[in-house]
Design a protein around this ligand. Sequence first.
Ligand SMILES: C[S@@+](CC[C@H](N)C(=O)[O-])C[C@H]1O[C@@H](n2cnc3c(N)ncnc32)[C@H](O)[C@@H]1O
Length: 306
Amino acid sequence: MGDLPVPRPFLKWAGGKTQLADALLERKPVCFNAYHEPFVGSGAIFFRLYRDGQVRRAILSDINAELIDTYLAIRDHVAEVIRILSEFPHSKEFYYEIRSKDPWELSLPERAARMIYLNKTGYNGLYRVNQRGQFNVPFGRYKSPKYLDRENLLAVSQALQNVEMFCASFDTVVERAEAGDWVYFDPPYVPLSQTASFTSYHANGFGLQDQQRLRDVCITLSQNNVYITVSNSDTAIVRSLYNSPYFSIDEVLANRAINCNGAKRGKITELVITNYPVNRAIQLQLLEQKAPYLVFQQRRSTRASA
Ligand SMILES: C[S@@+](CC[C@H](N)C(=O)[O-])C[C@H]1O[C@@H](n2cnc3c(N)ncnc32)[C@H](O)[C@@H]1O
């Protein structure tokens, strides 16, 4: 089979973290047991950690069932996924034919091949379904999209061999994460310009109540001595949600589309919230001294000794 390349995300995914990966990884806990990623999407951070040899045990999940099935198929049936993809032609007719198929009537490898094909050949790599759950993204205008990246799929399959994967809502991570584990949450972001629909309904299917539920999950995990990191937009809502003795908030620069049609790009700040100090030297010092490590424990101990 020869040497495989370093595995990379095999899907384009809205909010993909490739851009923010360096800033996030500079702020990770220096040591941790299992790694959990409950909004895994295309898994940019997981693949970086894997590349850096930082994954001992990983548990990845997302609420998108087709996405998780695609990971499972690549993990367990990669040869079959590759074979099916290699038989798919690149044409508008075939795109609409495969798009019209009900993914739940296909086998697991067929479902995965369909997902990868639609993602790589559809408009802008969007994942969008209508109210009946049917994928409705139009054909994209790519000349020769690389929907079959055989080497990368083989490398991804190898990286996933010991990884546990679930289709689940993020809050179920509380049942799995143990003291000393690290959970990275990358939820759908609070919109930069809040509309009434965000605060009262569910914009992106993830509204204010979900953001509050996520913050509460982070408090429970902190109380269970689990390290947490959350990325989100630099907005008043996020700052006020995490304005708590459990967390510290750090600003990082990100390259992002800053208006709604994506035409204007620039650097904006995003927030990285942690329940441990992000500075590596401070982390090492605390660990060496066996001092309280999580932010709220440090605050408690400085108050007690004052
Ligand atoms: C911002 S994206 C994550 C991007 C990812 N970090 C990457 O690099 O591609 C958010 C993800 O959250 C998932 N999601 C939305 N609501 C969820 C929920 N309640 N529980 C778990 N996952 C959810 C979406 O399916 C999507 O994949």
